[in-house]
Design a binder for this molecule. Sequence first.
Ligand code: ADP
Ligand code: MG
Length: 720
Amino acid sequence: MTLDAPVATLGRIAEPQLAALKRLGITTIRDLLYHFPVRHIDAGSASPIELAQDGERMTLYGQVEKVGTKKSFRGKVPMGEATLRDASGTMKLVWFHQPYMAKMLAEGDFVRASGTVQKKSGTVTLINPEVEKVPALPGGVNGSLFADGGVPDDGRFFPVYPESKGVSSTWFYHKIQKVLASGILDTLEDSIPEDILKRYNLPTLATALVWIHTPRDVKHAASARKRFAFEEIFFIQLERQQSRLLYEKNPTFLITPEPESLMHFIEGFGFPLTKAQDNAIGVILKDFASTRPMLRLLEGDVGSGKTAVAATTAYSVVTTRPEGQNFGALQVAYMCPTEILATQLFESFIGFFVGSGIQIGLITGSGCRKFPSKVNPKGWTDISRPQFLKWVGNGEIPIVIGTHALIQKSVAFKHLAYVVVDEQHRFGTAQRAKLVQKDGRVPHFLSMTATPIPRTLALTLYGDLDLTLLDQMPSGRKPVKTEIVPAGKRDDVYAHMRSALAEGRQAYVICPRIDEPDPEKEQAMIARSVKEEAKRLKEKVFPNHTIDILHSKMKPSEKDKVMEHFAAGKTDILVATSVVEVGVNVPNATIIVIEGAERFGLAQLHQLRGRVLRGTHQAYCYLFSETKGEKTFERLKALATAKNGFELSEMDLTLRGAGELGGGKQWGISDIGMEAIKNMKMVEAAREEAKRLLSADITLASFPSIHKCLTERKTKTHFE
Ligand code: ADP
Ligand code: MG
């Protein structure tokens, strides 16, 4: 047996089970070994049946002997019944009104049951117990009647695995035991160097695998999880930092703006910069003045004015002459996630650059534009694609705005000195590596995001970027009035919406994502809840208004169309999932209603609310919650008090845990890796160790096991 062998090596596995495994991402023995339990059931708290005391709660382990359903003696109450045996005796389990509990069990099953004991005329019964199937009876707890097929004598903890139809925890337990017993552990190569394991007191790979699947002590399971969390963050850091070091080895462009002309440009904005903007511009200009290419992340809430920072720094680039030339200008590429955003940005840039004599180009799937037009110095004109490519190629158009395709497709720049990417998490290190120009130089790189994430996550995901925060809003901005709507006040909200719509405003209604383990089902449910709510609003609440829907299952072209209509004011109400989060600026939308608000993270709610922050009208955010708990209320209330999105994301992390940060999946981090995100010390340690190794050997060739593991990770992400 080898790690790369298919799971079928373990013996015949039926087709539906193979399919279930595939759904869970498991095809090889390695995948199976790395399918970690979500928790462990503690068998130590159980007691034998013979010690059952009337009226007491008890937990026991036993094997199901008989199971069935019937009606109670008066024939009214449906009930389920089972007999359970352990080494010391037998006991009845009874569920009143819950016959289905019995239907979930079969004769021969091993279960853990907890409930209240009733002793009456010689029979011992557990009333309405909770039951959970276990893979075997724990040995050494209630004697060894079931010794065959039981876990080792001192085994106390049963792993509970993420399941899928056809592959239960019990199934995983037995298969993984088989793998662990096969001797494969002796052949494993540990990808973390010994000295690092020692320094942080982490178990070796082989030990950690045993501990995570069959711990004999809760501390062992925790220690194993810590090791795997560290490993994941460590390798992400190695990858990001290595990519940064390699990028920095390339020569770049020296950018030397004239302070006076820059001041003049900023004066044209018609507003004073915030301190945070001023600081960010200063930091970027300092990077530009160095011989090393800049790699920087600008993080700022929606509306914090990132565009002005990008425009000012872009101005300093395009007013710098290419080295050894007394004509032309260095060039800027600005990339947005969608065509609509690129088009909106083009308009914003025209506002900033009008009168400067600097040309701006826009390239999208729908065609190319150039500002200014010959006839109108304040307007743009359509140009052909070949014309566009020619003018970018000879350096005549210095600022080019477009989508991701801008860099990938056939756009060749003459002197590309600065790349700005807006809200594009997928513009990763691999894409950036393609920015190397023909002459071997690389542009300065600025990534901008409004997605508020905690510092530990930022340090991990953007381990290759320096971080600058825009943690201040322009003054005079009216904050969004946020209200947690109490039960029974729904109609008041609709009445307010009606009057705002009558005044010509627009509104968003956001429906929650419903968490379902099966991703296909999840998608279906997202679509349905948005669709159903839109239908209900149209039929029952706003029959005289136009309502449109937007969700992630729609084609990009459909989504664009819906957004375009909404932006143009043709739709009154947009019912959407949180896909509406990133981006589009519709200043006329002043109300956002969020259904099932408790299902969203605080940072996410904050970002959704940012959608109505743009206009001059007072904006409102109404939160509806399905659970009425004190905790939910406290959490939602934080939205009104927190200073900014970063603060909220930190609160999310402490209040809800890393698993709730919108899920690691979207960041490419596993659930176990997300556990490390809670731990600043661990993230910092992983960073430091990665730095230390890379400074010893940037290629990592002298650390063969690390090198191998890193290459495997890269090929894997490459094919995803
Ligand atoms: P984001 O950070 O979300 O990209 P934008 O750059 O789109 O934010 O800015 C939002 C709005 O705020 C724009 O209309 C912009 O012109 C305006 N703005 C930016 N900076 C300032 C400022 N310092 N004072 C006043 N308004 C500003
Ligand atoms: Mg923006």
